[in-house]
Structures are given as C-alpha cells and as structure tokens.
Design a protein around this ligand. Sequence first.
Ligand SMILES: NC(=O)C1=CN([C@@H]2O[C@H](COP(=O)(O)OP(=O)(O)OC[C@H]3O[C@@H](n4cnc5c(N)ncnc54)[C@H](OP(=O)(O)O)[C@@H]3O)[C@@H](O)[C@H]2O)C=CC1
Ligand SMILES: O=C1CO[C@H](CO)[C@@H](O)[C@@H]1O
Length: 333
Amino acid sequence: MRVGIVGVGFMSWIHYLAYQQSSQAELVAFCSRDDKKRSGDWRGIQGNFGPPGEQIDVSKMNVFASIDEMLKDDSIDVIDVCLPPSLHADVIRACYAAGKTVFCEKPLALNYDTAHALANEAKPGQLMVAHVLPLMNEFALVYQAAQDGRYGKPIAGRFKRTISPPDWIPDFYDPKTVGGPLVDLHVHDAHLIRVLFGMPTAAHCVCTRKDGVPKYYETVFAFEESDRVVSCGGGVMDSPARPFTHGYEVTFEKATIQFEFAAYADGSTAHIPVTVLHNDGTLDRPDLGDGDPIAAFLREVDLVATCFHSKNMSPILDPKMAADALKICEMQM
Ligand SMILES: NC(=O)C1=CN([C@@H]2O[C@H](COP(=O)(O)OP(=O)(O)OC[C@H]3O[C@@H](n4cnc5c(N)ncnc54)[C@H](OP(=O)(O)O)[C@@H]3O)[C@@H](O)[C@H]2O)C=CC1
Ligand SMILES: O=C1CO[C@H](CO)[C@@H](O)[C@@H]1O
C-alpha cells in the first residue's frame, strides 16, 4: 500500500515513524504548505509523546505543495489526512473525487452529521479513521476480550481522560475548528465505548463550560439493555501539574480489567498496570512489552494496509463507528 500524507505536523511525524517500521505500508509522498518541511526539515515538530521531529530524507519521495497536486499522483493508493479536524471533510471529499482511499486522523469531523455523511459517501472500504486506542497495548486486551468473549460479555465500564489546559491549541474550545474536550479528547473513549458496548440510547452529563463548550464532565450512559452500567469523565483540569491522565475499569461477566496512567509536570508518572481481576479471586498482569509509543501506530498503519488489500473493514477503523463516537460526544453537550 502506497501512502501520501497531507499536512505535516505532530501526527504526521508519528505516522511517518510508523511507516518507517512497516513492511505493509510505504510512505511515498506528502504535501505541506511549508518550504522547510518540503525540504525534509521536520525538526520544528513537537507533540506530547514520541521523539521530537527530525530532518527526514525526501530524496525518494514525491513532495507537493498542495493536496490538489498530490491527488493527481497515480502512484498513491491511500491519502493519510493529518490536518486539523475542521479541514477533514473537504479534503476527504476531494480524495473521493480523485478515486483515492482515505485514512483520516480522529475526529472524523467536527460533528455527527458531517461524519455520518462522509461515511455514507465513501465507497465500501474507501474511508478509514485513525481511532488508535484499541491498538494501544494498555487498551487492546479490553477490545480483544470483547471481540472473542474470553471473559464473557462486557457489562460495565468507567472511563477517564483528563488533560491540563492545551495552551498549544489556541482555538481548542472553538466548535468551528477544534470542538473542545469532548470532540477532540473524549472522542477516543466515546469510540471505545461504542465498540465495546454498542450505541447508548441516552446520556446524563454534568459539566463545567468554557465559552459555552463542555470543559470538565462526568457522564452516565443508558443502553437498551438496562443492566449495562457505563460512565466516563474528564476533560480539561486547570492545573498544569498533571498534563495527562487516562484509564478505565471494564467489567465483563467473568473478570474486571483495570488500568490507569498519569504524567506529571515534574516528569514523574504513576500507573495502575493493566490488571485482570478474575471473578474466582485470582488476578494477572499481562506483559505489555517495552511501552514504545509508536508501536500502536505501526499496528494501525498495518491494519489499514490489511483492510485496503482485503477490502474487509475493521471495526477499529470503520467510519460509521467514528461517526457514532461523535454522536456520543454530542449526547453530552
Ligand atoms: N491519535 C492521536 O493520538 C492524536 C490525534 N490527533 C489528531 O490529528 C490531527 C492533526 O493534529 P496535529 O498533528 O496535532 O496537528 P498539527 O497542527 O501539529 O498539524 C496539522 C498540520 O496541518 C497543516 N495545516 C494546518 N492548518 C492548515 C490549513 N489552514 N490549511 C492547510 N493545511 C493546514 C499544517 O501542515 P503544513 O504546514 O505541512 O501544511 C499543520 O502542521 C487532528 O485531527 C487531531 O485531532 C492529534 C493528536 C493525537
Ligand atoms: O489524545 C490526545 C491528547 O490530547 C489532545 C488534546 O485534546 C488530543 O488532540 C489528542 O487526541
């Protein structure tokens, strides 16, 4: 599978690192508005995980200044959209018109209606969305257990995702550009909730707001099955002392799985490792490997390649699930 990235920023760099390790997906092109980045100087890129950007070798890549030029390149199979969310819809539609397959970063769009339309307008397999959580070691066991039923059905879940003020995203709360903590951040858990438990029928959300947009929230969901107990919480907490935390406790019929991680401003971290609490009173802590932050993104681009070649959509990348995740966000506004 031959890929071209549009927009060179934090996630393009993370995807670039994944493509370097992939034997199934090859990065052959990218487009950037910036001369320096087009020359391979990606050193200015910074994000909140992974290594800092580097000078990359562009000698064997097709490099473009605009998406319109890149879409004319017949050697590209898949366009990897790493643009800000407000730009996703127009670029995805341009890719459809050019007959390209699309792999788009989350959130698919800024609202459910647009995301749903994009999913419907795609030919089968033409749109995949980068919801990476089920491919991260810390979350994969929960996803896989729900798929294969090893602990029975998932019956309850509690999800948490909190950041400090994201001052590096000045328009974070603008519904027309980023969408605020629900659309930008909680959408990760909303997607996982959708994939694990199905679509909630209602949500009761209590929140604080900034500029009218939910900032910090606690939500309880209702499902058609009245014995399904699912809640989530998080958003932006004002202190920069803890830039990031996420975690969950998911209960299946025969076991509960728990995990939590927090990163603090002084460089320290704290975590409850993934722990399986079996109903018979035993517990185990699976070995999750070396914690390489790029590993999940390597799995992601490999999964895109598998779906591209097999024409079978994975539930992880399915645009209808990505649209439903936005609906779950909107239920809480
Ligand atoms: N899965 C995950 O864990 C994460 C996902 N994301 C998602 O990835 C996507 C990109 O976010 P991120 O990489 O952090 O964003 P960045 O701002 O770092 O990069 C986006 C790039 O898009 C291009 N761009 C920006 N504005 C415009 C514009 N007006 N017109 C054309 N191009 C533009 C720029 O590239 P250039 O200068 O080359 O044109 C810019 O560097 C978002 O959807 C975000 O939600 C973000 C963080 C983590
Ligand atoms: O996971 C993430 C960390 O926080 C960022 C700011 O909300 C998100 O964009 C990103 O998806």
